[in-house]
Design a protein. Structure first.
Length: 118
């Protein structure tokens, strides 16, 4: 199983971006999908997550601006980011806890850089 993330880039404050993260290979079930980020000089943090029952969680700083969603048929999780702020600048990484050919494991996608700047 491999995860492929995409969608980062440079955007002006107030703009939008959508990140996606797709698992390829033998996937038999997904328990958890999440987006993390690490800004320069800051700790790694879980930005948004969706669990197997569809429940979502967000850190306070992105509530009302970011939306996490999933397409289980495509083994894909999305992060729609609206009203982006300079402080959202970070490397964003996705994680999926899924059942593959090696059982239940965590898989990480490569980081994708989001830069919010005028």
């Amino acid at each position: 199983v491999q995860l492929q993330a995409s969608g980062g880039g440079l955007v002006q404050p107030g703009g939008s971006l959508r990140l996606s993260c797709t698992a390829s290979g033998d996937v038999f079930g997904i328990k958890f999908m999440g987006w993390y980020r690490q800004a320069p000089g800051k700790q790694y943090e879980l930005v948004a997550a969706v669990t197997s029952d569809g429940s979502t969680n967000y850190i306070d700083s992105v509530k009302g601006r970011f939306t996490i969603s999933r397409d289980l048929a495509k083994n894909t999780v999305y992060l729609q980011m609206n009203s982006l702020k300079v402080e959202d600048t970070a490397v964003y990484s996705c994680k999926q806890s899924l059942i593959g050919d090696r059982g239940l494991r965590d898989y990480w996608g490569q980081g994708t850089l989001v830069t919010v700047s005028s």
